[in-house]
Design a protein around this ligand. Sequence first.
Ligand code: GTP
Ligand code: MG
Length: 219
Amino acid sequence: MASATDARYGHRDVSDQNFDYMFKLLIIGNSSVGKTSFLFRYADDTFTSAFVSTVGIDFKVKTVYRNDKRVKLQIWDTAGQERYRTITTAYYRGAMGFILMYDITNEESYNAVQDWATQIKTYSWDNAQVILVGNKCDMDDERVIALEKGKHLSDQLGFEFFEVSAKENIHVKQVFERLVDIICDKMSESVDSESAMGGGGKTIRFTDSVPPIQQKCSC
Ligand code: GTP
Ligand code: MG
C-alpha cells in the first residue's frame, strides 16, 4: 500500500514489494576498524579473524520490523582505504543513516573521526542520522581509547555513541535498531512540521537513488 510518506521517504522496489520503507545506511571509517566484520555479524551472524580489505563498496540487505512496519535496510559497506574515497563519497548522498566507526585499539582511527564527520557534512543530506561506534571492545587489554573519550567526542559531534564488538556480538543489533529508530523519529518530526506549516515545511527527501556504479550484491 503506497502512501504519501512512502513516496517522500522510501523506495518502492519493483522486485520486492514486501516492505513499507527502505532505508539506505552507510558504514564508514578508517581501514581495518571492522566495518565489514560488523556488517557480516549483523546480516549473517558470522565473524572471521582474517582481514580482507574491502575494494570500493558493497552492500547487504536485511529487513527489520519497527513499530509494525517492515523496514528494508540496504547497508553499504565502504572501503576505508583512501584510494577508494572518490567512489565511496559518491554514495553518501543517498544515505539516511551513517555508522561512523573507529577501533578502540587504534588511536589513528579515533583521530580520523572528525574528518569522517566532515565528509558526511560535505557529501550527505543535512538530515542524515549518524551513530559513532567504537569497535573491538572485546580487546580491552589493547585499548588505547577510553570509553569516556568516545562519549566525549560523540557529544561534541552531536552523535549517539556505542562501544561494540563484531567478534563477540556486543551491541551490534542495538546500533542498527537505534539508527532505524532515530531515522523514523526524524521522518515523523518532519511530517509533523510539514503538516503544521501547511505543507510548506522543510522536509527530508529520501527519494534520490544511489549512483549507478557497478557493484555486486553480496547478500
Ligand atoms: P576496510 O575494508 O579496509 O575498510 O576494513 P574494515 O573496516 O572493513 O575491517 P574488517 O572488518 O575487514 O576487519 C579488520 C580486522 O579486524 C579483521 O582481521 C577482523 O577480524 C578484525 N576485527 C573486526 N572486528 C573485530 C572485533 O570486534 N574484535 C576483534 N578482536 N577483531 C575484530
Ligand atoms: Mg571492509
